[in-house]
Design a protein around this ligand. Structure first.
Ligand code: NI
Length: 255
């Protein structure tokens, strides 16, 4: 059984066959899924999915590039949604200096506010950090993220940076990039990161693994990621599935 820790099944890319696809997942070995909010609209859709499917949980939060839409009023709404019994995290939140909008000061402000929200609601966080390692770490340290816990999703930094997140008690999310020919940096990091701290994710509909790179992704492609991690760690794919499933339960505090 596989635990999918990060997908966006609310995305328009699934409008044509969402129900058909989601119903297949448990039959194809995907035991649980966390759908990740990225904007106010996607949080609402995430709530709908959590209500409809017993194996789908949700993370409620606003992605750094969407933080321009936040204000006191809708932030209060966001907080209220975190009380849902199937809301397992605040996320995805963080900093994205690749797309670099809205201005960095706005991203940082709402990153801090959402970290504090997680602490207040006693939920872990799902961190999105792109081309912004230094500021992400600084804010996480200042906000005592080690007391909050969570996952650094779609990890794309060096093994040295991975160690800093591991020292704060965070899990590392690994997805399709591990299968890419140019994924050498991530492969090196995964060699170093203990299997007990890795969780599986797709970021569907994005980042399909080889051999489907460039196509729409879904949790059904996770076996390609499992295989790659197994070969790096020199263990069986079954072992990778079992350990990462346990890790995800701990990360999202599920039993
Ligand atoms: Ni995502």
């Amino acid at each position: 059984m596989i635990f999918e820790t990060h997908a966006h099944y609310d995305d328009d890319a699934f409008d044509e066959d969402r129900e058909l696809l989601l119903e297949q997942l448990p039959k194809q070995g995907i035991g649980r899924v966390v759908n990740i909010g990225a904007s106010l609209k996607s949080c609402q859709k995430t709530l709908d999915l959590m209500e409809k499917y017993d194996y789908i949980y949700g993370a409620i939060g606003v992605h750094p590039n969407e933080t321009g839409e936040l204000n006191e009023e809708n932030f209060a709404w966001l907080k209220k949604q975190c009380e849902h019994k199937k809301c397992v995290a605040v996320g995805e939140i963080g900093l994205d200096y690749y797309w670099d909008e809205p201005e960095r000061q706005v991203q940082k402000e709402w990153f801090r506010r959402q970290l504090r929200l997680a602490k207040e609601m006693d939920l872990p966080v799902v961190i999105h950090s792109r081309d912004a390692a230094q500021d992400t770490i600084q804010i996480m340290k200042e906000e005592h993220a080690e007391e909050i816990g969570g996952v650094v999703h779609c990890f794309a930094y060096t093994k040295e940076t991975a160690q800093i997140f591991l020292d704060m008690g965070f899990y590392i999310g690994v997805g399709g990039v591990i299968t890419f020919k140019n994924g050498k940096k991530l492969k090196e990091a995964v060699e170093d990161i203990p299997l007990e701290r890795i969780v599986l994710e797709t970021d569907s509909p994005y980042l399909s693994p080889e051999p489907y790179r460039g196509k729409r992704n879904s949790s059904l492609n996770l076996p390609f990621v499992v295989e790659q991690i197994a070969s790096i760690k020199n263990v069986t794919p079954e072992e990778v599935e079992r350990v990462t499933y346990e890790n995800a339960l701990k990360l999202y505090r599920l039993s």
